[in-house]
Structure formats: structure tokens, C-alpha cells
Design a protein around this ligand. Structure first.
Ligand code: FES
Length: 227
């Protein structure tokens, strides 16, 4: 992408918006993007957190807001280039600086993805606890060939991620913004089948572990007075 192509700016009679000529090289890129009313409410709260002149610090939250708006409007959570331009204009930044942030952080999708983003943690604790089986289940139940693939029905995109910070309940699969933990092949298949039915199982440990407490019965503090 070229920084020179970003031309964010105010629209007459509306909020901040941006538009591009149709991009024949990347036909998935929309020509226009505007923050909707729901996003505007969130943006107002976020920008108020920063002192005057420091609004550029809100770039990551605003990119998140843009990505979530795309999910609401299109079913796919991603940040088109024209949305980055809107963020740049809103925060008084050069578009290239927003592109740098959006392409550096892995949580921003710069291309359309499936309805559900399956993010398999393959780092050592999850790998030792069976992340290969979680990956196999994602492929089998989700109709996915491997990392980077989107299923033919558009329901799932599969991505490998590094440590999600939930190692204590490894292996972990992040689905969109939710963590599912203590998975194995069968529980991952059940989770994906539920997603296919339009259900959203409760996030967290699938074996009923309380937060990150040791699995099984309590073994310490058994004689706490008053209990
Ligand atoms: S290694 Fe998977 S959550 Fe840390």
C-alpha cells in the first residue's frame, strides 16, 4: 500500500470519512468508509482520555473500533485501507503512520477474513499440551486446509498465533475476541460445530476449571476456619 494514496478528510454534511478510487489490484478494498453512530460514541470516550495534542495515542483503539464496525456491517472483522485513512484524519496523523501500526500488530486484519477467526496458539506450553490436536480439529471440523485458509462457506479463517497469555489453561484457541481453554480434539470439534449452528459457547475453560485454578479438587487450604 502506498502512503501517498491515503487521502482522509472531512466530508461536507457528515462525519469524517475517506474514499478511494476502485482498486483493481485489491478488489476487496471498499471505496468508502465512515464511522457509524455506534463507533462514534466509542470514539468520543476514547479520545477524551488523551490530553490535547496527544490524540495520536488513540490509534490502536480506533483501529479496533474500525475493525469491529466492519464485522458488524460485513460479517468480517478487518480494517480496509480507507478506514486507516479515516483514523489518520481523525487523529491528525499521516496515513503512513496508521498503516505502520495496522500492519505491525497481528490482531489487525488487513484483508477480509471469515465470520469466525480461529487463532490457534502453537507456542511451547500449548504445543506440549496438545495444540496439534486443536489444529487438526479446526481443519477437520472447519473445512480448512491449513493456516491462512478461509473455509469455502466463509465461516472460518485459521491463523497460528504466538502465546496468548493463557498458558496455564493450555492449549488455548482464540475465537474472535474469546479464549477457549483446556481443549482437546473432541472439545474443539464440539466448539466449531456449535459455531456452525450459530451458537456461542461460553468462553473459558471447557473442562470447567475455575479461572486458572489447578484442575480437579482443591488440595490446599482445606481447613480454613469458618468454611
Ligand atoms: S503458550 Fe499458548 S497461551 Fe501461552
Amino acid at each position: 500500500m502506498s502512503g501517498a494514496e491515503g487521502q482522509g478528510g472531512p466530508e461536507i454534511g457528515g462525519g469524517w470519512g475517506a474514499s478511494h478510487a476502485a482498486d483493481s489490484e485489491h478488489p476487496e478494498q471498499p471505496a468508502h468508509f465512515h464511522f457509524d453512530a455506534e463507533s462514534e460514541v466509542q470514539i468520543e470516550k476514547i479520545i477524551r482520555r488523551y490530553p490535547p495534542g496527544k490524540q495520536a495515542s488513540a490509534v490502536i483503539p480506533l483501529l479496533y473500533i474500525a475493525q469491529r464496525q466492519m464485522k458488524r456491517q460485513t460479517g468480517s472483522a478487518w480494517v480496509p485501507r480507507v478506514a486507516m485513512d479515516v483514523v489518520a484524519a481523525r487523529l491528525g496523523m499521516a496515513p503512513i503512520r496508521v498503516y505502520e501500526v495496522a500492519t505491525f500488530y497481528f490482531m489487525f486484519n488487513t484483508r477480509p477474513i471469515g465470520k469466525h477467526h480461529l487463532q490457534v496458539c502453537g507456542t511451547t506450553p500449548c504445543w506440549l499440551r496438545g495444540s496439534d490436536e486443536v489444529l487438526r480439529a479446526c481443519k477437520d471440523a472447519g473445512g480448512l486446509k491449513g493456516y491462512g485458509d478461509t473455509s469455502a462457506d466463509g465461516l472460518f479463517t485459521l491463523t497460528e498465533v504466538e502465546c496468548l497469555g493463557g498458558c496455564v489453561n493450555a492449549p488455548v484457541l482464540q475465537v474472535d475476541d474469546d479464549y477457549y481453554e483446556d481443549l482437546d480434539y473432541e472439545s474443539t470439534v464440539r466448539l466449531i460445530e456449535a459455531l456452525k449452528r450459530g451458537e456461542r459457547p461460553r468462553p473459558g475453560s471447557v473442562i470447567g476449571r475455575q479461572a486458572s485454578a489447578p484442575a480437579g479438587e482443591r488440595t490446599t487450604l482445606l481447613d480454613v476456619p469458618g468454611e
